[in-house]
Write a protein that binds this ligand. Structure first.
Ligand SMILES: [Mg+2]
Length: 211
């Protein structure tokens, strides 16, 4: 994926977040303060506006998204997603394309950023669980190509699996046992990110081959 492909991914994600705004709000209303849909939609709408005139390279696309989310998205999700995209931008410095081989380290950079910024570990039922499993599973494949269909599959499985956990971080933690069975809003918006990544890569013209 080059800078243009990534910009296409983020535009697609901005559209999906707008479509799913009510659903994300509903999820967050059940376990938190109900602002995840509105917060994400505000931030990604601004990302879409800025991308219209954007002409930079690969690391700069990630940096633009990072800065926009940090300044526009309230709650915990702005700084967390903002840090993930900032770390990805740093990893991609000097690169013009993301290849199969780059995904493990790129996702590790993002996942570690979220872990540090949110002071979260695995198993606390947060978006970090999804980022961590995608990063770790990609890393374990050692040498085998990582496809975006894999990333999506691992993200979906993890988001489903953590529904049965009790939340230990964020507002959802106040619910204690009553958080069991609910979806985590940040984990679900992360799944959508991988879903739109896969859609972007699959729908690309030319030979349609994943790079
Ligand atoms: Mg919230």
């Amino acid at each position: 994926m080059n800078a243009k492909d990534v910009a296409g991914w983020f535009q697609r994600y901005a559209d999906v977040i707008e479509e799913k705004k009510a659903w994300l709000t509903e999820l967050d209303s059940a376990v938190g303060d109900g602002d995840h849909g509105a917060n994400m939609a505000r931030g990604w709408k601004e990302v879409r506006n800025q991308l219209k005139t954007f002409e930079g390279g690969l690391p700069e696309v990630f940096l633009l998204v990072s800065r926009t989310l940090i300044s526009k998205v309230g709650g915990a999700s702005g700084p967390l997603y903002g840090t993930a995209f900032l770390r990805m931008s740093m990893f991609l410095k000097g690169k013009e394309e993301i290849g199969h081989d780059d995904w493990p380290a790129l996702l590790k950079a993002a996942s570690e950023g979220i872990g540090q910024r949110g002071k979260v570990n695995g198993g606390e039922k947060t978006m970090y669980d999804v980022w961590a499993v995608v990063s770790e599973t990609a890393e374990k494949r050692a040498g085998e190509p990582v496809r975006t269909s894999h990333l999506l599959e691992w993200a979906r499985e993890k988001a489903e699996a953590i529904r049965d956990l009790r939340a230990l971080k964020g507002r959802a933690a106040y619910l204690g046992d009553r958080s069991v069975g609910h979806r985590d809003p940040g984990a679900e918006s992360t799944v959508l990110l991988f879903e739109t990544l896969h859609q972007t890569v699959s729908s690309r013209g030319g030979n349609g081959r994943e790079r």
